[in-house]
Ligand binder design. Structure first.
Ligand code: ADP
Ligand code: ZN
Length: 729
């Protein structure tokens, strides 16, 4: 018997299968999709690979043998093997990196894992009960008697609950024996919430429409305003699917932002839930996969890569906050989980539900055209009203020296403190001052590796680069003119927190950003404490904008809407609207009167105006008219190409070559922009030139891209990043 094995080798030109002989002892267990360990190259070094085919004869002589199977339980099934091919074809990645993306990284370890599974040891009686009972009358040891009596009643106990010496004595006497049972590292009690929520009429309509077609590969957009009860619809759908013994995948943007949802799922479905995300330990992740493969969990809640969960009987896929950029992976393979979800929905003939208050315009356009089915939840549940939005012109405020908090926002915050209601403030920049310079000579601190300025972090008294992590202690003197005149300007969350303490000395304030949530569990703690009203004001970066459901929040303040607005990307209008609506949606969720205050230097900007009146549709129509004129998605598709090198000249020369090759090969209707320098030109000492292709139908495109990709396989100083449908350009 022979196996074709796709090996885990980083070299692109070796992305193919090699034939190995299957040793006698593995013949009965080996399957296509299993991971095996094989010798590769000269010498005896071992490498892992996936079995892609099994056959009974081979005309090749002198073949090496497979050494072992790395895991007999985690196997890529036929569906996932095909999906890997699709992933490789559509993102232009190697087949091996596609397969590696689909299984947990614990399996990427290059050694054979014989004992990765976790076991719990139990004790049980070895002799018949009657015998034990009569034996008990003669026995002296108190602890031994106790353990035997427990076993007479309960059959099985955990070994670690009893004293090792007692256990050992009884084992030696041959009265009891051990039993090893495979267990899971994350083990939820199977307690389910009996309280069942009745859907509102709107929710019920959405639910009914999906349930009427559970065996059709439809994609739905569930477009519901913030607080309209989308999560409840998801849970009802999942319940329905699970009742018929099928499984569900529910994707959430980031696990830390979604703990409230995850906990709701645990409460509703108990141990039938498996979670998959990058913050799990390797062991935990491995166990969650086992639960799924063995059918011990039917509901998978997870982030992007959970879309590859190895489920045989999939019944529904749900993607919450579908506009979230976290669904797009920004390194190889550059896939979008929504595309993978569509593929799997087609494969299994099941519904895919995309949920959002602010869907991407691509998604919304498809739902208006009928490609996706549109389901809407136009109102909040329990008659809760959406908050009133007030826009404050900061140019006016600057005249009165109210640079950080406008007079209006200050008063509203004061009112909330007096009424013992809570407030949330969004400022999308962490750190203290965002620009550090010498006021004597004008010297500005920049990152030596990246083309951006350093941010001052007061708590660590350091200047940091938010791209590459470079930092230095804040010097006392300017490195240029040696004067003690180093000042910081600009506003980050750390400075905002300090100022709030000054203005409201009595208020209890908590900050949530990448700096205060780096420790495991700190994020959950802040959310829990805020929910329990241990704080009056929560301030933070966009981390606070999504998913949170706090009944007592009646005021949301956006300190500066301009940072997001000023990003030079064709999607910035779409994204600013989404961000502001999301954060605004945190207010007034339990029916209390609520308000949102947006501070900006661009009060007349169209997007800001649309947020003010709260019309997604008008903002959509306006932005779409621009996209049509400028030939952007959804009217055109995009490809982003980055030509990267530590050597400036090499990157520059090769970028021009890439342009010339594309120009000569792709369809003349397609448009090539660039090469230009990428947004931040140099990151981590790497120069990045960028080209963008806009196209509608271009049959020559994929081949052309493969050709330029091949041009760089063996290049010493330059590498290429090709991104089909990039999120950012
Ligand atoms: P969304 O995800 O649309 O922002 P959620 O699903 O978080 O909204 O729902 C908002 C709140 O309304 C939650 O506290 C939820 O428990 C509650 N809720 C949802 N549906 C119902 C219902 N049918 N009856 C009562 N409360 C509901
Ligand atoms: Zn840097």
């Amino acid at each position: 018997m022979y196996a074709e094995v796709l090996i885990e080798y980083k070299v692109k030109s070796l992305d193919r299968s090699f034939t190995y002989e299957v040793p006698e002892r593995l013949r009965d267990i080996i399957q296509v999709g299993m991971k095996v360990s094989v010798p590769f190259g000269n010498g005896d070094s071992l490498i892992n690979g996936f079995v892609t085919n099994l056959k009974y004869d081979s005309n090749l002589g002198n073949l090496k043998k497979i050494v072992d199977i790395t895991d007999t339980e985690l196997v890529l099934n036929e569906e996932l093997m095909k999906l890997g091919q699709y992933l490789s074809d559509t993102t232009l990645c190697t087949l091996i990196s596609a397969y590696q993306t689909m299984l947990p990284s614990s399996l990427k370890i290059k050694t054979i894992q014989s004992n990765f599974q976790k076991y719990e040891t139990y004790l049980k009686l070895k002799m018949p009960k009657e015998f034990i009972k009569s034996y008990l009358t003669e026995l002296k040891g108190k602890n031994q008697i106790e353990l035997l009596q427990v076993l007479l009643e309960t059959e099985k106990v955990l070994k670690k609950d009893f004293s090792p010496s007692t256990v050992k004595t009884l084992l030696n006497k041959g009265l009891i024996e051990e039993e090893k049972v495979s267990t899971y590292r994350i083990d939820r009690e199977d307690v389910k919430d009996s309280k069942k929520i009745t859907l509102t009429v709107d929710q019920q309509n959405c639910y009914d429409e999906v349930v009427a077609n559970l065996h059709v590969a439809n994609t739905y957009l569930l477009h519901g305003v913030t607080g309209s009860g989308k999560t409840e619809v998801y849970m009802h759908l999942i319940e329905k699917v699970v009742k018929s013994s099928k499984c569900a995948i529910m994707l959430v943007p980031e696990i830390t932002l979604s703990m409230q949802i995850v906990n709701n799922f645990y409460r509703r479905f108990g141990s039938d839930v498996a979670i998959l995300h990058s913050a799990l330990s390797q062991g935990e992740k491995y166990d969650e996969y086992l639960k799924i493969m063995r059918g011990d969990a039917h509901i998978i809640v997870g982030t992007r890569s959970a879309i590859f969960a190895p489920i045989k009987h999939l019944g529904i896929i749900i993607i919450d906050e579908e506009q979230s950029e976290s669904y797009k992976q920004d390194n190889t393979p550059r896939y979008n989980a929504i595309d993978i979800a569509k593929w799997r929905s087609d494969y299994h003939k099941i519904p895919l539900v995309l949920g959002s208050a602010t869907p991407t315009f691509e998604t919304y356009a498809r739902s208006l055209k009928g490609v996706y089915k549109l389901l809407t939840l136009p109102k909040r549940v329990n008659d809760a009203k959406l908050p009133v939005v007030k826009v404050v012109d900061m140019a006016e405020e600057a005249k009165c020296r109210s640079m950080v908090l406008s007079r209006y926002l200050k008063e509203r915050l004061q009112e909330r403190l007096e009424a013992q209601e809570q407030s949330i403030l969004l400022l999308n920049r962490r750190g203290f001052g965002t620009l550090v310079s010498c006021s004597a000579c004008g010297y500005t601190f920049k990152c030596p590796n990246c083309d951006i300025t350093l941010t001052f972090h007061k708590s660590s008294n350091a200047l940091r680069c938010h791209y590459c992590g470079y930092f230095l202690k804040k010097p006392a003197l300017c490195p240029e003119c040696k004067m003690p005149e180093i000042k910081d300007a600009g506003l980050g969350t750390e400075k905002l927190e300090e100022q709030l303490h000054k203005i409201y000395p009595e208020a209890r304030i908590v900050r949530m950003d990448a700096d205060t949530t780096s420790k495991k569990g700190s994020h959950e703690k802040i959310i829990q404490d805020f929910k329990e009203e241990k704080y009056d004001i929560l301030l933070g970066t966009q981390m606070i904008s999504k998913g949170l459901d706090f009944p007592k929040v009646t005021l949301v303040g956006v300190i500066s809407a301009d940072a997001s607005l000023n990003i030079p990307d064709f999607r910035s209008g779409e994204r600013t609207f989404a961000l502001l609506s999301q954060v605004a949606g945190r207010a007034g969720r339990s029916g209390l009167e609520s308000e949102v205050v947006i501070q900006t230097y661009n009060p007349d900007n169209f997007t800001i105006k649309m947020v003010e009146v709260g019309t997604f549709l008008k903002n959509y129509q306006y932005e779409m008219s621009i996209r049509k004129k400028l030939k952007y998605p959804p009217y055109f598709y995009l490809v982003g190409i980055k030509v990267c090198s530590k050597v400036y000249e090499d990157a520059s020369i090769e970028a021009t070559k890439v342009y010339q090759h594309l120009k000569a090969t792709i369809d003349t209707e397609s448009i090539i922009l660039g090469p230009t320098t990428a947004g931040v030109f140099r990151i981590n000492s790497i120069y990045r030139f960028q080209l963008v292709i806009k196209y509608r139908h271009d049959e020559k495109l994929v081949d052309a891209l493969k050709q330029i990709d091949a041009m760089f396989i063996n290049h010493k100083t330059v590498y290429l990043e090709i991104d089909m449908n990039p999120y950012y350009i």
